[in-house]
Design a protein around this ligand. Structure first.
Ligand code: GTP
Ligand code: SPV
Ligand code: MN
Length: 594
């Protein structure tokens, strides 16, 4: 590899002094064999991938069917985010809140620095300057990740604006988020993901996987950014952003927060059902995982996607469920922990064609043993390769948001869709969100838990303060979006999903935009406004009587219990929980008694 062993004095005297100093400090601690400053060029990427192919980190996939595609197999004990090893280290424990694991910053630094000591001996240390968001957007923020993983470099190159332009912006601004990462020994007992929001710093050790290692993503763009956003008056959210164009040619932008592996990528790339397509409905993709938004001069919320690529769940991606994702990942894609066909094509459960012969652990495929692809196997691909890619993704001003949607995996009780009465009610709906856990994090799957705004694993500060921050946007001058809740995952008595989902979700989006414009009707209930039977277009959807009842009904007894549980949940945060939210919960609970 043509590594550029940049002399530390190269940037001396510029506003990169603090960066150079930090890099020198880290090198002194971790003792790498070489230091490489990433410029993000094609030549650099070619050299890196060639080196990774040579040492087996990357396996070349079928060049005919999947040009420029690679398979990476992670350590089998390192396949998902590790929430129990993820900490928010604020001076005051209450600032991190009951929603986070906490450690005192001095203790956390000592613990991490002991792990980092000498850990890069014989390895190359990569310095990755990156920008989260369009390079020329005032809403964007820069960071630098130092890592000893070339796989992380290759992923960061796809997921962020990485290299020379980011370094130039850092030089101009003089500040950036410092992320230090080492794969260490990949020992689950020597693995920690530490955040220091007061210092705009991250230290991650012992994992090479996804959100644990690609520090621009969840660590920076959500945990650190949410903390920063609170002090600066904006929001950093676990939300997709889509553009919905109607037959009249108007485009409305929708931001939606669903927990990990609960359908953001799928909704962001939705292809409308046949009849809707004919009428001219289109969905364009601005983002599939993270949304930064702030009020513009007109009081509307304007959103950017801080990422430049998709790190999407592979299993379940098919021509039927998500043709846009499938089309995106035919070339120039890194696959992690998927299976292989006999002719070296990537394969995962739910793919329409092909037969796996090798599983994600490089063993002969045996369905009795394990699935071909790990349930949290992923693809990394540039957003620009998506057929529904929206050029608005590059708009430095962001896109105006018409509706915010919350949703989770709720097998029972929660109907297909309902609308908040107002902003405060919307914040309560977000705060009370629940969902079944998924394979995106280690631990049991299918366990119901509260996951407010899909931010349980990602909020860099006390949820009580976070809800207050959300409430503060209702300041009399902002023109806030309407808020909705959806549930694509309601199950029937037989255990099957009652709603067809995927492309058919457009019908629900259509109703939402109708509500935004004041053209669609609703039925008021204590939990919010449900679509009136005739107001949601179900033409061509075959729903059983059970489905109709459960998707559009309102179970007063069940909701009474749910609201008691929501009340208890809010109390867990003690006196910091905003009174307005508790009042809203009580108001609805009282209505449900009636
Ligand atoms: P992260 O990248 O982990 O944040 O996940 P995500 O929220 O982007 O989830 P994604 O869109 O990748 O979907 C995860 C799983 O949910 C996949 O197996 C999908 O097939 C499934 N899924 C997505 N949308 C729907 C839907 O409308 N109905 C049903 N039944 N399943 C869905
Ligand atoms: C999620 O878990 O929400 C993801 C994948 O998007 S990761 O990057 O690992 O956080
Ligand atoms: Mn996510």
């Amino acid at each position: 590899m043509n590594a550029s062993f940049i002399d530390m004095s190269a940037h001396a005297g510029s506003s990169l002094d603090s960066l150079n100093e930090w890099v020198a400090q880290v090198a002194a601690l971790t003792r790498p064999g070489a230091v490489h400053w990433c410029d993000g060029s094609d030549a650099e990427n070619d050299a890196l991938t060639a080196a990774m192919q040579a040492d087996g980190t990357l396996i070349k996939l079928n060049e005919k069917t999947h040009p420029g595609c690679w398979l990476h197999r992670s350590d089998p004990e390192d396949v998902a985010r590790v929430e129990h090893l993820t900490f928010v280290c604020t001076t005051d424990r209450d600032d991190a809140g009951p929603n986070n694991h906490w450690m005192a910053p001095t203790d956390a630094h000592a613990k991490m620095d002991a792990l980092f000591e000498g850990c890069m001996r014989g390895r190359t240390m990569y310095v990755i300057p990156y920008c989260m968001g369009p390079i020329d957007s005032p809403l964007s923020r820069c960071g630098v990740e130092i890592t000893d993983s070339p796989y992380v470099v290759a992923n960061m190159r796809i997921m962020t604006r990485m290299g020379a332009p980011a370094l130039a912006r850092i030089e101009r601004e003089g500040h950036f988020v410092k992320g230090l990462h080492s794969t260490g020994e990949l020992d689950p007992d020597r693995r920690f993901i530490m955040h220091f929001p007061e210092e705009l710093a991250i230290k991650s050790y012992g994992s090479g996987y996804g959100g644990n290692a690609l520090l621009g993503k969840k660590c920076h763009a959500l945990r650190i950014a949410s903390h920063q956003a609170r002090t600066e008056g904006w929001l950093a959210e676990h939300m997709l952003i889509l553009g919905l164009k109607n037959p009249q040619g108007e485009t409305h932008y929708i931001a939606a927060a669903f927990p990990s592996a609960c359908g953001k990528t799928n909704l962001a790339m939705l292809i409308p059902p046949e009849g809707y397509l004919k009428d001219g409905w289109r969905v364009t993709t601005v983002g599939d995982d993270i949304c930064w938004m702030r009020p513009g001069s007109d009081g509307r919320l304007y959103a950017i996607n801080p990422e430049a690529g998709f790190f999407g769940v592979a299993p379940g991606t098919s021509k039927k469920s998500n043709p846009n994702a499938l089309a995106s990942i035919q070339s120039n894609t890194i696959f992690t922990n998927v299976g292989l066909t006999a002719d070296n094509q990537p394969w995962w459960e739910g793919l329409d064609e092909g037969e796996p012969v090798t599983d994600w652990r490089a063993e002969p495929y045996d369905p009795a043993k394990r699935p071909a692809a790990h349930p949290n196997s992923r693809f990394t691909v540039s957003a620009r390769q998506c057929p529904s890619y929206s050029p608005e993704s590059e708009n430095p001003a962001g896109v105006p948001i018409s509706a915010i949607v919350f949703g989770g995996r709720r097998p029972s009780l929660v109907p297909l869709v309902f609308e908040a009465r107002d902003w405060t009610h919307g914040v309560l709906i977000g705060a009370a969100m629940g969902s079944e856990t998924t394979a995106a994090a280690t631990g049991a799957v299918g366990v119901m838990r509260r996951d407010p705004m899909a931010m349980k694993p990602f909020c860099g500060y006390n949820f009580a303060d976070y809800f207050s921050h959300w409430l503060d946007f209702d300041n009399g001058s902002n023109k806030l979006p309407k808020v909705f809740h959806v549930n694509w995952f309601r199950r029937g008595e037989a255990g099957d999903f009652l709603w067809p989902g995927f492309g058919e979700n457009l019908r629900v989006l259509e109703w939402m935009i109708g509500r935004v414009k004041g053209t669609a009707g609703a039925v008021e209930t204590p939990i919010g406004n449900l679509p009136a039977a005739s107001e949601l277009n179900l033409a061509g959807v075959d729903l059983s009587a059970e489905a109709m009842e459960k998707l559009f009904g309102f179970d007063q007894t069940g909701w009474r219990q749910e609201f008691a549980s929501i009340g208890e949940y809010l109390e867990e945060y003690g006196p910091r929980m905003p009174q307005a939210l508790k009042d809203e919960q009580r108001r609805i609970a009282a209505q449900l008694e009636g």
